[in-house]
Design a protein around this ligand. Sequence first.
Ligand code: SF4
Ligand code: SF4
Length: 343
Amino acid sequence: MGSLTESKRQLAWVFDLNKCIGCQTCSVACKVLWTEDAGAEPMWWMSVNTQPGRGTPRDWEKMGGGWDDGRPVLGKLPTPEEFGGGWDFNYDEVLRGGRGRDAHLTKVGGSKTWGMNWDEDEGGGEFPNAYFFYLPRMCNHCSRPSCLDACPNDALFKREEDGLVLRDEDRCKGAQKCARACPYKKIYFNEARKVSQHCIGCFPRIEQGVAPACVRQCPGRAAFVGFLDDPAGAVAKLVRQWNVALPLHPEFGTRPNVYYVPPLAPAPLREDGSFDEGGSRIPPSYLESLFGEEVHGALDLLRTELDKKRRGQGSELLDTLILYRWKDALGHLDRDPAEIVWD
Ligand code: SF4
Ligand code: SF4
């Protein structure tokens, strides 16, 4: 079993769900950087799901893992079919096959029944009060990572200098107990190399002062990165000062370090066509099931600050979330990757 160590500093991510447009640029930025080698093709270390859908892997929230009475829980190992994806499309047939409108776009190869940004792209509620929002998900680089303690080969470790949870692939024997113990189901298995793999937090970039690709490439200005103990950084302010960015499923007990600004929603329509200004199309109970009870205080604070802004008053919180200068999302990791000669 691995041993738990508290890191001296902890790097954290914040995703503002009011600004995420579900474009998957973060997913693709990660994909082209880290998971194009043989065996890694089906992996999406960064993935953006539509809520309240069943997610990636399918129904991951019911698969178990985390902690029980101080011991890591070995939950379900997601199957490749449940991760889904990894297919191509019949572009040649549609674009060059000469069949005109008789040819339709369809998936070729891979899972036929499930895939990220495809079958999981579901909303909730009933017309005219249907709703959805996007949820970017990556390894949470947890402060109490059950994956690490579950590994029988001491392959996982948590870095002191930034709290990233990384893997020594020379030690990994492919037992996949880490993947069973991770309640977020963000660990994949590389069939070609027979090792487990997960998000490395872009550590080679971090070491050069460059932000992770998912954050730097986000066109929605929805992603932030920074140390939790840097009081001047946006991440520490959102998480520690204003308590408006919250961990996903805190009840899993792994103390995740990816935080979310919960989504506000338009007022629902009543049957007579008027707006119920006191209500929300996204059921508060659903948000509580994702982010815990603190979500109500976070939403109240967001509404209060929005009202202030509408009245022409200042709001440091909203200015931080609006992110007038995109580099403010990067904390100390604001170096231009183009300046660096990479090995
Ligand atoms: S790149 Fe940004 S806006 Fe696009 S899906 Fe990712 S977090 Fe959302
Ligand atoms: S999200 Fe899962 S894989 Fe990542 S550190 Fe936490 S328990 Fe481990």
